[in-house]
Design a binder for this molecule. Structure first.
Ligand code: PGA
Length: 249
C-alpha cells in the first residue's frame, strides 16, 4: 500500500551532541499522524539516535551501505551491521553518492540486492542533472537509472522499495522542481513500473520527491496525486521546519 513518508537526510551534519539535541527537538514536535517519519543521521550516531527514539514513531534509517556482507572493505558498513543495531531502512543511490563516490547503476543494483537480502527497506534515489533537463532528456535518464538498478528484481521485491525522485539541479540549491514537473515525472515513473510489473506494483510503490522541499512549498508538492512524500535535506536539520513538512499532507 502506498504510504505517506517524509524522510530527513541529515547528510554529513551533526556530531553526537548535536544529534541528541535535534532529536530532543523532534520529540517535542512529533505527534500522531498517518505520515511515516524517518531520519537518517550519520553512521556514528545511528545507535544513539535509535536508543533515543525507541518509544517514538520516528524511524532511524541509514544514508548508505556496502553490498558485501563483511570483509576487506576498509571504512564500509554492511546491511547486517545496520540490522544488528535496529536500522532496517537504507537510502541508496543518492546523487551525492553517485557524483562524489562514483556509485554506478551496477554497483547500486548490488547494494539493492544486499539490502533486500537482509530484509531491509530501500529508499532508492535517482534524478536527472540540469543539462539533461535542458536537453529535455530527463525521462530517458530516469528510466535508465531505474531500469539498470531495479528491473532485475521480481515484483515482490517492490514491497520493500520506496523511490525518491531527486532532480540533481534542485538538491541543496533552493531551486525546486515545479509541482507540475514533479507530478509529470512521478506519473512517468509509475507508467514504466506498470509496463514492467503491472498496475498493482505501479500503484503500490511510494514515490517521494526530494530537492529543496521546505515548509512553504511542501503542501503544494504533496498535493499532487503521484507524490507520496519527500526526502528532505537542508530543512530536516531544523525540527520545526521538518515537522511542518511532515504535517503538510
Ligand atoms: P535538499 O536535499 O532538501 O537540501 O535539497 C535533498 C536531498 O539531498 O535528499
Amino acid at each position: 500500500m502506498r504510504k505517506h513518508i517524509v524522510a530527513g537526510n541529515w547528510k554529513m551534519n551533526n556530531d553526537l551532541a548535536q544529534t541528541e539535541r535535534l532529536i530532543a527537538d523532534l520529540k517535542k514536535q512529533s505527534k500522531t499522524s498517518d505520515t511515516e517519519v524517518m531520519i537518517a543521521p550519520t553512521f556514528t550516531n545511528l545507535w544513539q539516535a535509535f536508543q533515543n527514539l525507541r518509544d517514538y514513531k520516528i524511524e532511524v534509517i541509514a544514508q548508505n551501505m556496502h553490498y558485501a556482507e563483511n570483509g576487506a572493505f576498509t571504512g564500509e558498513i554492511s546491511a547486517s551491521m545496520l540490522k544488528s543495531i535496529g536500522v532496517s531502512t537504507v537510502i541508496l543511490g543518492h546523487s551525492e553518492r553517485r557524483a562524489y563516490f562514483n556509485e554506478t547503476d551496477d554497483l547500486l543494483a548490488k547494494k539493492v540486492d544486499a539490502a533486500l537480502a537482509e530484509n531491509m527497506r530501500v529508499i532508492f534515489c535517482f534524478g536527472e542533472e540540469l543539462a539533461d533537463r535542458k536537453a529535455e532528456n530527463q525521462e530517458t535518464v530516469v528510466e535508465n537509472q531505474i531500469k539498470n538498478a531495479l528491473f532485475h528484481l521480481d515484483a515482490d521485491a517492490f514491497n520493500n522499495i520506496l523511490l525518491a525522485y531527486e532532480p540533481v539541479w534542485a538538491i541543496g540549491t533552493g531551486e525546486t522542481a515545479s509541482p507540475e514537473q514533479v507530478q509529470d515525472m512521478h506519473a512517468f515513473i509509475r507508467q514504466i513500473l506498470e509496463t514492467k510489473y503491472g498496475k498493482n506494483v505501479a500503484d503500490s510503490v511510494s514515490i517521494l520527491y526530494g530537492g529543496s522541499v521546505k515548509p512553504n512549498n511542501a503542501k503544494e508538492i504533496f498535493s499532487k496525486p503521484d507524490v507520496d512524500g519527500g526526502l528532505i535535506g537542508g530543512a530536516s536539520l531544523n525540527a520545526e521546519d521538518f515537522f511542518a513538512i511532515a504535517n503538510a499532507f
